[in-house]
Design a protein. Sequence first.
Length: 212
Amino acid sequence: MRMKRMAAAVVAMVTALALTACAGGFDASKYVNGVLNNIYLGDSTGYMELVDITADEAKEEYEQGIGVEADFFLQYYGLDSVSDDVYQQIVDMYKQIYSKSKFEVKDAVKNGDDFNVEVVVSPIDVIVNSEDAISTAVDDFVANANPDDYTDDQVLNDDLAKLVIKVINDNMSNLGYQAEKSIIVKVEKDAQGYYGLSDDAISLLDQDMIAY
């Protein structure tokens, strides 16, 4: 079962940076597609055409989004903390997974001053399909580990995290998708006449982009 998102507040902080666009000639679907391409695929081309943001700022949003997913990984597998090196391995793994994100942005529907935009997401299955192998690997690790080697919790966390990362990475060639899910996200107009995603838009999409 997906336990997301204790990190929803972090997602909101990420999306608050530059998810706004001028109301003049505004194309809500194009805007949503640009945002998602940047956050999930690291492709800021369309995004930068619509908002006042630099390439470095767009990259920072992408990196922050990956960081949210990496932090969730630690929560999901019950790991309090890991070393910087292992954390980077988690980040690198999610960059691979995110690069396979699959979504389709449909035509926007006007709703007063705002827009509703349907996004059809195909949840990536590589993690949920790795769970049996992860459980087996963890059981083997627990059965064979020498407690004397793990007087430091972070060393134990590092080894467990690396074990999970290895199983998922080994299964990456089998990456596929679960059944499509339709999600309606809101693009809202503020008092200054600018449009942006609602506070919960990315969180809603993030729930299903990767299946757990």
